[in-house]
Design a protein around this ligand. Structure first.
Ligand SMILES: [Cu+2]
Length: 472
C-alpha cells in the first residue's frame, strides 16, 4: 500500500515538473516545496469518443489534467489566457485566500485575452476538489479539471483510486453555451407557478424539473457513453472512486450495478461512512465512495430528469460487462437515492458546538421576468448588495427556496456544516436545495474577504442567482 501511495505522489510531482517546475525554496523541509502547474485555456479540438467538438479547454484536454498534490506545499498556477474572452480560475471547494478565489469584480479583475495571472496558495484541507473557469458560461465548455489534495496521514484502506468527472455537454454541437444562455434570456421560461406541484417524491427528490438545457451528450472523464473510458482491475480489488459533478445544468445519480457504494467523504471532508446503492450529486458537489470489484461492471451516471446517461467501464480480468445499461438506468431512476446532505460529518471534522451569532435568510426565486433568478428579490450586482458579517462569528445561512426547481447552493472560501434537526450534518461547500424546501448551513467567519454564495446551475448564476457575504 505504502509503495502505491508514494508512487502516486511522486508521479504527481513528476507530472507537474513536466509542464513547469517543481522547485525547492531555501528551506530544506519537504513541506516548503512549491508545486507549479501552468494552465493555458485556449480554443481547441477535442475528441469525446467518436464525437469531435471545437471547444475551450485547459492545455487541450477535457477534463484538464489532474492536479494532485499532498497537503503542505504551495500550489502555484500561472494562467495564460489564450481565449478570445477574459477568464479566471476558481478553486472550487478550497478555502483559499480571497484574492486567489477567481471571482471577477469581487476578488480580482478578470484576466484579459493574452494576459496572465498567477494563483498561489497552500491548500488548507485534503480531499476531492476541482477547478473551473468563473467567467460567463465558460464552465459549460471544457474549462474544468480535478484537483486532489492528498492526506499524508490518511490510513489507506483501498487498493487503487479512480477520479470520475461528470459533465453535461453541448459546446461545439451546433451551438455553444453563450448562445444557449442568450436564447434562454430571449425566450424566457414558462413560469412554474402554473404547475400543480414540484414533483418531489421518494424516488425523485429534486422534483420534476431536471434543468433548463437539453444536452446531446453526458460525459465521464471527457468520453461519451457510446465509447466510454475503460479501466482494468482484478476481482476483489477495493477501489476509491472520487466523483465530481462538473456539469452546468444537470444533477447526476450515480450507481454501479450490483455493487454497494461505501460513502466516505463529501465535498472533500470525511463523513461517518454509509453504504448505499446510489447517490445523487448536484452541480459542484463531490463524493468519495469505495467499492469492491466483483466482475466487470459500468459506473453509470444518469442526469436527473433528462434523457441519456454517462458511463465508464470497470473491466475485471479482461471480461466484458454483462449489464444492459438502459434497463439499469430505468431501475435506477425508479429507486430512492442518497443525497449527501443527509450524511453526518466524521467527529474529527465537525464544527465546534456553538449557537449561531447571526442568521441570514437567502430567499431563492425564479424564474421571474422571463429568465432571471433573484436572491432576496435582487439579481447579483457586485460589488453592491453584499451581506455584512463579522469575523470570528458562527453564521447560519438559510437557503429558503420559493422556486419549483432545485438549486445546488455553493459558498466560496468556507466548508459549511449542514444543519440537521438533531445535530450536525456533513461538512460541505455545495448543498442541494430541493424545490420549495429550506436548507440551513453553518460556517465560521475565519477567512476574511468577499465571498460569493450562488446557485451552481451555471445558467441561473448567469441570470443573477448570487449574492456575497463580506467581513474583515
Ligand atoms: Cu439554480
Amino acid at each position: 500500500m505504502m509503495d502505491r501511495r508514494q508512487f502516486l505522489v511522486l508521479s504527481a510531482v513528476g507530472a507537474a515538473a513536466g509542464v513547469a517546475t517543481a522547485c525547492s525554496t531555501n528551506k530544506p523541509e519537504a513541506a516548503a516545496r512549491a508545486v507549479e502547474v501552468s494552465l493555458n485555456p485556449a480554443e481547441t479540438e477535442i475528441d469525446l469518443g467518436g464525437v469531435s467538438v471545437r471547444t475551450w479547454a485547459f492545455d487541450g484536454q477535457v477534463p484538464a489534467r489532474e492536479i494532485r498534490i499532498r497537503k503542505g506545499p504551495t500550489l502555484r498556477a500561472p494562467v495564460t489566457n489564450k481565449l478570445p474572452q477574459e477568464t479566471t480560475v476558481h478553486w472550487h471547494g478550497l478555502a483559499v485566500p480571497n484574492a486567489m478565489d477567481g471571482v471577477p469584480v469581487l476578488t480580482q479583475p478578470a484576466i484579459a485575452p493574452g494576459q496572465s495571472f498567477t494563483y498561489e496558495f497552500v491548500a488548507p484541507d485534503t480531499g476531492t476538489y476541482y477547478l473551473h473557469s468563473y467567467v460567463g458560461t465558460q464552465l459549460d465548455r471544457g474549462l474544468y479539471g480535478p484537483v486532489i489534495i492528498e492526506d499524508p496521514n490518511e490510513r489507506v484502506d483501498y487498493d487503487d483510486e479512480l477520479v470520475l468527472v461528470l459533465d453535461d455537454w453541448i459546446d461545439g454541437t451546433g451551438t455553444n453555451p453563450d448562445q444557449v444562455l442568450e436564447k434562454l434570456k430571449k425566450d424566457g421560461m414558462k413560469p412554474m407557478s402554473d404547475m400543480s406541484g414540484t414533483g418531489v417524491t421518494a424516488t425523485t427528490p429534486l422534483g420534476a424539473d431536471g434543468g433548463d438545457v437539453t444536452y446531446p451528450y453526458f460525459l465521464i472523464n471527457g468520453r461519451v457513453s457510446t465509447d466510454p473510458q475503460v479501466k482494468d482491475y482484478r476481482a476483489g480489488q477495493r477501489i476509491r472512486l472520487r466523483i465530481i459533478n462538473a456539469g452546468a445544468d444537470s444533477a447526476f445519480r450515480i450507481a454501479v450495478p450490483g455493487t454497494p457504494l461505501n460513502v466516505t467523504h463529501t465535498d472533500g471532508f470525511p463523513v461517518i461512512p454509509q453504504t448505499t446503492d446510489s447517490v445523487i450529486l448536484g452541480m459542484g458537489e463531490r463524493v468519495d465512495v469505495t467499492i469492491t470489484i466483483g466482475s466487470s461492471v459500468p459506473v453509470v451516471a444518469a442526469p436527473e430528469g433528462k434523457d441519456g446517461y454517462a458511463q465508464l467501464n470497470l473491466r475485471v480480468d479482461g471480461a466484458p460487462a454483462a449489464v444492459n445499461v438502459n434497463d439499469f438506468v430505468a431501475t435506477l431512476r425508479a429507486t430512492p437515492v442518497l443525497n449527501t446532505a443527509q450524511l453526518v460529518a466524521a467527529p474529527e471534522v465537525q464544527l465546534s458546538q456553538r449557537n449561531p451569532d447571526l442568521t441570514l435568510d437567502l430567499r431563492l426565486a425564479g424564474p421571474v421576468n422571463g429568465y432571471t433568478w433573484p436572491i432576496n428579490g435582487k439579481l447579483y450586482d457586485p460589488p453592491n448588495d453584499g451581506l455584512a458579517v463579522e469575523g470570528g462569528k458562527r453564521v447560519r445561512l438559510r437557503y429558503v427556496s420559493e422556486s419549483k426547481m432545485f438549486h445546488p447552493m455553493h459558498l466560496h472560501g468556507h466548508t459549511f456544516q449542514v444543519v440537521h434537526p438533531n445535530g450536525p450534518g456533513p461538512r460541505k461547500d455545495t448543498v442541494l436545495v430541493p424545490p420549495l424546501d429550506t436548507v440551513e448551513v453553518d460556517f465560521d467567519t475565519n477567512n476574511p474577504g468577499k465571498w460569493i454564495t450562488h446557485c451552481h446551475n451555471d445558467y441561473h448564476l448567469n441570470a443573477g442567482m448570487a449574492t456575497f457575504v463580506y467581513y474583515s
